[in-house]
Structures are given as C-alpha cells and as structure tokens.
Design a binder for this molecule. Structure first.
Ligand SMILES: [Zn+2]
Length: 659
C-alpha cells in the first residue's frame, strides 16, 4: 500500500545536512504541500510513495537551500559605490549620506528584487536581512517566493524611515504585528549595534522581541575599536555590556562577533545567541577574523552571512562557505579546522539554528519545509569524482562548486528556478531600473564632492551658519607688555582662560573652497592641569571682504562643529592636498570694552616657532556692526600698546597657514 505525495525527486545525491550528515546515493526526496515528508534511499521511497509528479534529478546533488545569515539586501543598489575605505569613512562618509538622500520604499523594493534574483540563482533559499522600510523587503521577498528573517532597523539618530527611535520602534511593532505568522517571512527587530543605539533602545527592542517571540538581529563586536570604545565608555567589552542591558533576553542573531574572548563565547552559548560569521566583509573592511573554530567547538550556532552587497560586494554564499573554511584554517594554522562538511553545515543547518528557524529549515528531514536546491557537480571545474571517502562529496561543494552550478531552487514546496530559468522574478526590467538609480546617485555624489561645505554637511558636520567676524592679529616681540597692559587696563575682564591648542589645517587645491581646521583644545587650569579637551572642526571660507585699513579681517564664512570623528577620519574623508600643523599656548580674556564683548588672545606659537601674537576678535551677525567693531578693536589694541597698523591680519593668516 503506497502513500500519496505531491512530488518525488529521484536519481539524486541527497545530502540531508542533518546533524549526522546522513546522505543517500542514489537518494530520493518526497514532498507534499510545503513540507518534506520523506528523505531516503531511492528504491525504498519509490516503493513507499505514489506521487503526482516525479522529477529525475539527473545525478545532481539535492541539498537544503543555503541560509545567508546576515545581509542588507537593498544595498545591491549601492554595490561598488565606494570601496577600499575604512569602515567609518565608508559608512558615515558615503553609505549613510547617500541612504539619507535616496532610500525610500521604491528604492528598498527594487534593491530587494535585484537581490532576490541573485540569491535564487546562487542557491540561497533563506536570508536574514536588516534595513530600513523592512516591510518593502518582506513584501518583495515574499513575492519572489524566498524565505527571510526581515529585521526593521532601530538607531539612536534619525533614519531614512523614522525621525526618532520612538517612531521606528512603533513602526517596527506595526510591521511585526502585520507579518507575524506569515509562511515565508519572519518579522524581526534590529537595534543596529550597541554603538549606534542607547541602553534604552537595547532594552526596548529586546522587550519587543520577547513580547512577540521573534528574533532580534544586531551587529556585535565587529571591530577592535568598537570593543575599545565599549571598554572606555562602559567599563566592559561589548558582550557583557549588551547582556547587562538584557539584550539576550531575546532570541538574538548577532552578526560578526569578531573581537570576543573565550568568556564572551561562553556567554553567547549560554544565552542561545546565533552568530552570523561574515568572512568576506570582515576581510574587505579589515575588521579581523572571528574565532569561528572556538565558537563551533563550544557548540555555538554559527551561520555564514555575506553582509550587505556594498561591503562584499556580492551575495554569493558558495564563495562565503569556501572562505569561511579557508579563513579559519589560515588564522589558526590548522588545516583540519572547519572542514568542508562543517563549512557547509554552517551555511545550512547551523545557519538556520542561528536564525532561530532550525525547527523549520536547514536540513532535509521529514516535517521540515521543502527548501532545497539542485547542484550540478559534473562541470569540468568539479571533475573527476572520488568515492573512497564520503567527505569528498562535501569538499566538492565547499571548495569547487560555483554558485552558477545551482540549477534548480525550491522554497516552501514551490519551484523558484528550474534548470536556470527564474520563475518568479523578471531580471531585465530590474537591471534597467537599478541603472537609473545608479545614475542619480552618481550625479548627487559628483555634486557633493565638488564642495568641502557640502561634504561637511553630508556627515552632519555644520551647525553654525555664516557670520561676520572682526579679527586683528599682530605679531609681538614678547608677551610681557601686553600682559602688563591687560593687568592695568580700564576695561572689564569677564573671564580668563588658558588653552594648549593643536591645530591641523587641511588645504585644498581649489583655494575658493577655503580650508578646514581640526582643533584639539586642552583647557589648562590654575594648577597647570588639563581639565578638559575639546575637538572642533571649522570650515573657514576665503576672506570675502577686503581688510579694513589694511589690518582688520572682516568676514570669513565659518562653519563650526564639534569634531566627533578622529583626525584620521577627516583626512581620509576630505582628502586634503596639503596639511599644516600648528601647536600653541593661548591665554584668552573675554572683555567688555566700550559696551562690546571682545576676545583678546595672547598666543605663543611653538610649532612652527613663530613666537608671540596678540589677537582681538569679536563676532557679529550684521555688517554695519562689524564695521563699527573693527574701529573699536583698533582702539582696544592701542590700549594694549600695540599698533595694529604695522601688519595685516590677512598677511598673518598667510604666514601661519601658508595658503
Ligand atoms: Zn551588516
């Protein structure tokens, strides 16, 4: 008496990728509806089932579809936009500004569709995504017939789809409610990373994930600097820090985990955290190599992810499997670690477990969903075959198979590709539309790169607009006479400060761009101790007005912002063609003279050794006022015993800056 079934796959090398790595050759797979109902030797299953349809697999490998454990699929639209940059310059200088300008539901939908074509063609049946407008990712993915964990991003700053974190959290809740229980889409929440979220966000997203029993997707310990900053800011590395804020109360999928120690690996294991290892991305961004061998030894569920196609630059999981094995061998010096069958398990069963979907997918076992692929292992680059050791089946797939050898893909019992023919998506239209976007993004960046000011604004760097500034600077033989004059001066001193200043000026080949000054201000107290350090970035435009009476520099447009990034970041982002460093001690008085506030700066420029300067300056928003202040400043200098007519302020600027 045979049992009914929808579909019987025969004449196949069946690699179940179950825990015991059971395989059958010749093997067969029986499918009914969305599910696998039997997997085993062909002879037995032929006798036991009477299917509506039989498919001869022609001796190909039938195995579970690959699981891409971490990606940002809409970023196919940004593939190749900016490469060979450091993570911060790449992310804050290019990706985020372009995303702020272009990311909208249409962009996300198109990028997802492009990714789905690439994923289906390369044998991926499930992926874990993290992006904005995640609902569009979910919709386009479900239409293409693929399975995915779709994670709505939450950040501490405004995103393309939300003005505040509260807004994105509310949107995430709606999204989760709408998609929870979908046959292909597992909705999820993604606090982007500990360093782009607050403690409050970590807790709130974890609470939400627990409330709906959905996975929480994040980036953890990707770079050494992230861990270093976590130690300085929170007194502990990344893993204990997020644990302290109850992130692990949720079912966590953590991408990267490159810089973690044995204790942290144990913490991840005991809290059932799934890890997405992203070898290409970690290598390309020089983030390091995750301790994958140790993680696997302890029993962590380590999947493999491509990361976003803007940092990889493709979604090819076969390439990633091969690299995961090679990288682990390379860094441990042990060629036996992460063998082919382990690397392939990471891309299937362990990856599914890492996504907390192991009960549904990841291996070919009765009761699981029918997510599978057919792979042709007969091409020349994969020949000949050996039968002595069953391990060679896995090494053929991990080390020699190309993603283009995938011929057929099924998800949830439905064919998405038969013999290389896509059945659910039209590739040609998508390519044209993506090309149009690329053209718009190119135009936007070409415009932006022309102006230092727009580049500054793009990284959120300009907070203050144009103002008039009166500035007179005069070199002095020594500082004593001015010190004496200030001590006896008939004006009110509001306060006195002492700074040790380190300035780096970035000069550009086009002088009309002005120049950028990166200033480190050490505030020195009465006891000669540094009590505070301030970093500021100032874009100083070229002087627009002629100096009055040859001494007073009247208006330079200035854009001042706290320098939140490192000097190295600004150097790599702005690419100056010349740099000048200046170190000086500055005594500063804020004074009230003739009803006007002025700063008097008495500088000793040590590097280069330019000696003493006195500077009188005042800021104003009106030109008429500026002209008045210019006259008053000359009188103030007279009071200090300095003749302002001996030199030109503009000359000084040239002297120091060598413009
Ligand atoms: Zn990522």
């Amino acid at each position: 008496m045979t049992q009914p079934a929808d579909l019987l796959l025969v004449n196949a090398i069946v690699l179940t990728m179950d825990e015991k790595l059971t395989s059958y050759e010749p093997g067969a797979v029986v499918i009914s509806g969305n599910n696998l109902i039997a997997v085993g030797p062909e002879v037995e299953l032929r006798q036991a089932y009477s299917p509506l349809e039989s498919v001869d697999c022609g001796g190909k490998v039938v195995m579970p579809g690959l699981v891409n454990a971490h990606t940002h699929v809409p970023m196919t639209m940004l593939r190749g936009l900016a490469d060979d940059l450091r993570l911060d310059v790449w992310l804050l200088g290019y990706m985020m500004p372009v995303e702020r300008e272009f990311v909208c539901p249409e962009f996300v939908r198109l990028g997802t569709q492009v990714a789905c074509v690439e994923l289906i063609r390369s044998g991926v049946t499930c992926f874990a995504d993290m992006y904005y407008f995640e609902e569009e990712v979910a919709r386009a993915t479900a239409e293409a017939g693929l399975r995915a964990v779709c994670s709505q991003t939450v950040l501490k700053f405004p995103t393309p789809d939300a003005q505040s974190y509260e807004e994105s959290l509310a949107a995430a809740r709606d999204f989760i409610q709408r998609w929870k229980g979908h046959s292909l889409i597992e909705p999820s929440i993604a606090p982007h990373s500990p360093y782009t979220c607050t403690e409050e966000i970590l807790r709130a997203t974890s609470d939400l994930a627990m409330e709906f029993d959905i996975p929480l997707h994040t980036h953890l310990a990707e770079t050494a600097i992230e861990v270093e900053n976590s130690r300085t800011q929170h007194g502990m590395p990344v893993i204990p820090y997020v644990k302290k804020h109850n992130l692990f109360g949720a079912k966590v999928l953590a991408a990267h985990c490159v810089h973690i120690d044995d204790g942290e690996i144990n913490t991840l294991y005991h809290n059932h955290v799934g890890v997405a290892h992203c070898p290409s991305s970690n290598l390309k961004l020089a983030s390091g190599a995750a301790p994958v061998s140790k993680m696997l030894e302890i029993g962590l569920n380590v999947g493999i992810g491509t990361d976003g196609p803007a940092s990889n630059n493709d979604l090819d999981m076969f390439e990633e499997v091969r690299l995961a094995a090679f990288l682990a061998k390379g860094i441990t010096g042990d060629p036996t670690t992460v063998p082919a069958q382990t690397a392939l398990s990471m891309a299937t069963r362990l990856g599914a477990n890492a996504l907390h979907l192991g009960h549904l997918i990841g291996s070919l076992e009765p009761g699981k969903r029918a997510d599978l692929i057919l792979v042709d292992i007969s091409p020349l680059h994969n020949s000949p075959r050996f039968f002595r050791d069953t391990a060679s089946r896995y090494s053929q797939l991990a080390y020699a198979t190309k993603s283009t050898d995938v011929t057929d893909v099924m998800v949830n019992g439905r064919w998405l590709m038969r013999n290389h023919q896509l059945l659910t998506v039209d590739e040609t239209v998508l390519l044209e539309q993506a090309g149009d976007y690329a053209h718009q993004i190119d135009t936007f960046l070409i415009q932006r790169e022309k102006s230092i000011l727009s580049k500054l604004i793009a990284i959120g760097g300009a907070t203050e607009g144009e103002s008039f500034e009166v500035q007179v600077k005069v070199p002095l033989p020594d500082n004593q006479s001015v010190l004496d004059a200030i001590r006896n001066a008939p004006f009110e001193i509001l306060y006195t400060r002492h700074y040790h200043e380190f300035d780096v000026y970035f000069m550009f080949s086009d002088p009309s761009q002005g120049f950028l000054r990166y200033r480190e201000d050490e505030y020195i107290d009465d006891k000669d101790q540094i009590t505070n350090v301030r970093y500021r970035l100032t874009l100083i435009g070229p002087a627009r007005e002629h100096p009055l009476e040859s001494d007073v520099l009247l208006s330079r447009s200035r854009f001042i912002a706290p320098a939140t990034h490192s000097l190295r970041f600004y150097r790599e982002y702005f690419k100056p063609n010349q740099e000048i460093s200046i170190e000086k001690h500055r005594l500063r008085w804020r004074v009230l003279f003739q009803g006007t506030e002025f700063f008097i700066n008495l500088d000793r420029v040590d590097q280069p050794a330019l000696g003493y300067f006195v500077e009188v300056k005042s800021r104003t928003w009106s030109r008429r006022d500026a002209e008045h202040k210019a006259q008053v400043s000359i009188e103030l200098l007279d009071l200090l015993g300095v003749s302002a007519r001996q030199t030109s302020a503009l000359d000084y600027a040239e002297l120091v800056v060598k413009d």
